[in-house]
Design a binder for this molecule. Structure first.
Ligand code: C2E
Ligand code: CA
Ligand code: CA
Length: 947
């Protein structure tokens, strides 16, 4: 099937056929058919001497071929589409042929228009698609030009882009066949002002323009514009807007006089195309801008990110350095020897650099020798001092600068050992103290994957910078005396404004002459100053109170010189636990106090307290003897909420220390809110005890029997107090005795018990329950030695109850004797005078009990339950018990072993020949009404049977 279009003849074919028809009629000598093709006339067909016939233009102007011919206009849709012109005799149906031809031409015209419209449409579409296909304006614009050329003569074509912010123009695409110097793509031109371009003027106006050469000259003159380099014959421009309606530039086409002017259809098409170009270009520009922005933001972000990373890592590094610096300072303060300091330093260094092998060399300028106070190396033995030679160390000493030895160069052993192993990398830095070159700090590696770099050098230099001074300090610390002299020096420096005499006076008034430490007055001042600073927003601090356990004992038994030595040593030990800026003072006696600055938490305090306590676990050598002098510590952290004045802090630190003592000494207590409550509780308990002493029945004597080891016979009782508190129930003496001692109520309590026990003994005697062989033991606290009336009062009680005085045994602990040795001796002598017996309680737990046995005349010795407890599983305890028994035999003393709980303990004590036994194995302490006399009687049988 042929398409409809193919059935249609072309205008030329139609014209040929029409003329052929007319020729057949035979009357014509010449004929021609003209048709309008596009804008121009064209002869479609002819016959005979057609050249002599008038042309289409002439025909249109009314010129006809003459009297022997004719012409017919070929008209359709009110337009003249062509002419039929002839000479000779035309047949009558010529007009019919003409109208047929007109139909053909009309049809062809419509077809041409349709094709042109389709082509224009396609071109527009392609222009619109350009934006999607072209990444940049540079790529897009040449393609755009090609498309424009399809629509019309675009040999002189340019695009102007407008930048609103800077009010300038740019010509990213400029094609002008005549212009010798077209503007380049990057140059910018002002939109306003004299000599602006035609394009600028167009954009200012915002409307499309079509100008002839004359009009261009006129506009340029009127508007003061720059004349075009070559005057075009025709100029047409259209502003470009984006989808938002904003002006973005202009599209311009121009023609020179040798070019065909644009038809009005082309002008219209151009305006239409300009809109599409505007949208498409805007999209590409906007996309470019967007991409540029995204790129800019991305690179900004990346930059910020990198900066941040760099900052974080440099801060981390700084923190690490800070931490190391602090630890070096601490090391130098706490290390007791240079060696300890340097090995600590090595450990620190290892955290930052691969420093398995490390060496410190010191150079002695006077003797020109290098010594090695520290050398830790996988292959090299410790190095001996030597004269400087030619090694790396000497190079560093000589240059005073770091030396990083390239791993690629062959390294001879630097640490002296020529064991054949050479380090792969060596790094050494000078050690300075001020400007004085002290020596070298070096590290080396034997592993090929560990090579030092400049970063390591930096670390090493940093450490070296800080150890120079620390080295000097550690050296100074080696002599304790020297350290104290330094302390004096520092104190003196602070009071440097006073003259020398005043300074000395002040020093004396503020320091303890024995330990040279600040005294109580000085401490009080420092405490107040610290408190004021703290309340003004300064650093928080803690007060530590330290009391030596049993210092008195040392003083009494080993003499004052030894006591002084102990105090001096104690000061030094405490100091070694502190940082150099902490403030240590001796408050008096065996009490020390410390101000710890910059303490923020209880945990930090605890670390220091623990350190102090453990520092006293090592024995002190006094007068050639090893003496253990533990310490009790109390700590309080300054806090604005609970305190209003500095002195209260010291009071509470003291209280906390006291709590430590109560809990068995050798330890620490952190003052807390709970302690405050306990304190209040103690006060309440105290007033309740006062009342209990006045009433009957709350304080009840319990009795615990002693058994004779050999026979099982009941030989005595120990009286032990119990408090039947109306609200709190039964309270053991462990809970309230410390408070009773503290408050001084203990003497009243003891009298209460002595009286109650004597009354009980009288009752038992009158009932025939016990004979004279029974001993009644009563505990007597040391506070009673201060009571001048005690002896008389006891004598009076004995008389009152008509008791044989020798039945009464008073139990006294060693500590009672330590506290007041002289008074104790007098009182004990007087008691002996009454005929009362004395027992030394808790024997073995004290210090030098032997001297007491000589000094005071005891009748009975009670072996402390701690030895009995360990008897069957600790050879040491068995040996001590054996020794005590031998001693007692030698001094002719009775012995009671306390705390017998098991049959095996009983058997051992019997075997060892211990006289009397007391403990839960036989009976727990019980009130008078709870004593199981029958059970007590049975022991005699049991033991006899066992024997
Ligand atoms: P202490 O004089 O050493 O008394 C012996 C303690 O050991 C008593 O504790 C007693 O109950 C306990 N005990 C007895 N047998 C055993 C045993 O087999 N195993 C164990 N683990 N413990 C045993 P209590 O009664 O709690 O007395 C504690 C301390 O309080 C006494 O130690 C004494 O120093 C003091 N005390 C007790 N009553 C008085 C008193 O009336 N006046 C004075 N000044 N002090 C007293
Ligand atoms: Ca006792
Ligand atoms: Ca005891």
């Amino acid at each position: 099937m042929k398409s409809t279009a193919e059935y249609l003849e072309t205008p030329e074919q139609a014209a040929e056929q029409a003329l052929a028809l007319l020729r057949q009629a035979g009357g014509l000598t010449a004929a021609a058919v003209w048709g309008r093709i596009g804008m121009a006339w064209q002869r479609l067909a002819c016959l005979g001497a057609a050249d002599t016939l008038p042309e289409a233009d002439a025909l249109g102007n009314g010129r006809l071929p003459g009297p022997d011919g004719g012409a017919l206009a070929l008209r359709a849709a009110d337009k003249t589409l062509g002419w039929l012109v002839w000479r000779g005799q035309a047949p009558a149906w010529t007009a019919g042929v003409a109208s047929l031809l007109a139909g053909h031409l009309h049809c062809a015209m419509l077809r041409a228009e349709q094709a042109a419209a389709r082509a224009a449409n396609e071109t527009m579409l392609e222009i619109s698609l350009l934006a999607g296909e072209s990444a940049t304006p540079e790529r897009m614009l040449p393609r755009l030009h090609r498309l424009m050329s399809r629509l019309m003569d675009a040999s002189n074509f340019y695009i102007a882009l407008y930048d609103e912010d800077s009010a300038t123009l740019r010509f990213p695409f400029y094609l002008d066949t005549r212009d010798p110097a077209p503007p380049d793509a990057d140059s910018v031109f002002p939109l306003n002002g004299a000599n602006a371009s035609l394009a600028a003027w167009l954009i200012r106006g915002g409307k499309p323009m079509v100008l002839s050469a004359e009009r261009i000259l006129e506009v340029c003159r009127q508007q003061g514009l720059a004349h075009p380099a070559q005057l075009p014959a025709f100029w047409m421009g259209a502003p470009m807007v984006n989808v938002g309606g904003a002006l973005i530039g202009a599209v311009v086409l121009q023609l020179y006089e040798d070019q065909t002017p644009f038809t009005s259809a082309e002008q219209l098409l151009f305006m239409f195309a300009a809109r599409h170009v505007g949208f498409a270009l805007d999209r590409v520009l906007y996309r470019g801008q967007l991409e540029r922005q995204v790129w800019l933001r991305t690179s900004e972000l990346e930059g910020a990110n990198a900066r941040l990373r760099a900052e974080v890592s440099s801060r981390k590094r700084a923190e690490k350095f800070q931490d190391v610096l602090f630890r070096i300072a601490e090391l130098s303060n706490t290390s007791l020897s240079l060696e300890a300091f340097l090995s600590g330093l090595h450990r620190l260094l290892n955290e930052m650099v691969a420093a398995r092998n490390c060496l410190v060399a010191l150079y002695d300028t006077v003797n020109d020798r290098i010594s090695f106070p520290y050398c830790s190396d996988e292959y090299s033995p410790p190095l001996q001092p030597r004269k400087p030679g030619k090694g790396f160390i000497e190079q560093v000493l000589h240059s005073g600068r770091p030396l990083l030895v390239d791993p690629s160069s062959a390294l001879p052993g630097q640490m002296g050992g020529d064991g054949g192993v050479n380090p792969k990398s060596w790094l050494g830095v000078p050690l300075y103290c001020g400007h004085e070159l002290l020596g070298v700090l070096a590290v080396q590696s034997y592993e090929s994957d560990v090579t030092y770099n400049f970063r390591d050098q930096e670390v090493l230099e940093f450490v070296a910078n800080n150890i120079g001074a620390a080295l000097a300090r550690v050296r100074a610390l080696e002599g304790l005396q020297q350290a104290y002299a330094e302390l004096e020096q520092r104190v003196r420096e602070r009071t440097g404004e006073l003259d020398a005499v005043n300074a000395q006076l002040e020093f004396d008034s503020l320091h303890d002459p024995l330990t040279k430490l600040p005294n109580r007055t000085y401490f009080a001042k420092a405490l107040r100053r610290a408190w004021d600073e703290y309340t003004d927003g300064g650093d928080r601090f803690a007060v530590v109170f330290i009391d030596l356990d049993r210092f008195k004992l040392v003083n009494d038994t080993l003499g004052h010189l030894a006591g002084d030595h102990l105090l001096f040593e104690a000061g030094a030990r405490i100091r070694s636990c502190l940082r150099h800026y902490d403030f240590l003072a001796r408050l008096g006696g065996d009490e020390f106090a410390v101000l710890m600055f910059g303490m923020d938490s209880v945990d930090e305090c605890e670390v220091i307290a623990r350190r102090i306590v453990s520092e006293f676990e090592r024995p002190v050598i006094l007068a050639g003897r090893e003496v253990f002098s533990t310490s009790s510590v109390g700590v309080v952290l300054a806090d604005r909420e609970h305190y209003h004045k500095a002195d209260d802090l010291l009071r509470d630190a003291d209280h906390a220390m006291y709590c430590t003592k109560q809990q068995g000494r050798q330890g620490y207590t952190l003052f807390s809110h709970q302690l405050r409550i306990d304190q209040a509780d103690q006060l309440a308990l105290e007033s309740e005890l006062r009342r209990a002493l006045e009433e009957e029945g709350q304080l009840v004597p319990y009795y615990q029997p002693f058994i004779e080891a050999k026979t099982g016979k009941l030989v005595g009782f120990e009286t032990l107090v119990r408090w039947l508190h109306p609200q709190r129930g039964l309270i053991s003496p462990g809970i309230f005795l410390p408070m009773a001692e503290e408050s001084g109520l203990i003497t009243r309590l003891d009298r209460y018990m002595i009286n109650a026990a004597c009354a009980q003994l009288q009752a038992w005697r009158s009932q025939g329950q016990v004979g004279e062989e029974i001993a009644l033991h009563i505990n007597l606290s040391s506070a009673n030695f201060h009571d001048p009336d005690l002896v008389r009062w006891i004598g009076e009680r004995i008389a009152h109850y008509q008791l044989p005085p020798a039945m009464l045994h008073l139990e006294i602990t060693e500590s009672a004797l330590i506290d007041q040795p002289e008074t104790a001796a007098t009182v004990m002598q007087a008691l002996h005078g009454l005929g009362v017996k004395l027992a030394l309680d808790d024997f073995g737990t004290g210090y030098s009990a032997l001297s007491y046995l000589h000094r005071y005349r005891f009748d009975v010795l009670k072996i402390d339950q701690s030895f009995v407890f360990d008897l069957d599983h600790k050879e040491e305890s068995a040996a001590i018990v054996r020794a005590i028994l031998a001693l007692a035999r030698a001094l002719d003393l009775d012995v009671v072993a306390e705390g017998v709980e098991t049959a095996s303990q009983l058997a051992m004590l019997q075997e060892m020949g211990c006289g009397k036994l007391q403990g839960f194995y036989f009976a727990a302490p019980a009130p008078e009404w709870g004593i199981d006399w029958a059970r007590l009687a049975r022991f005699e049988q049991e033991i006899r049977c066992a024997a």
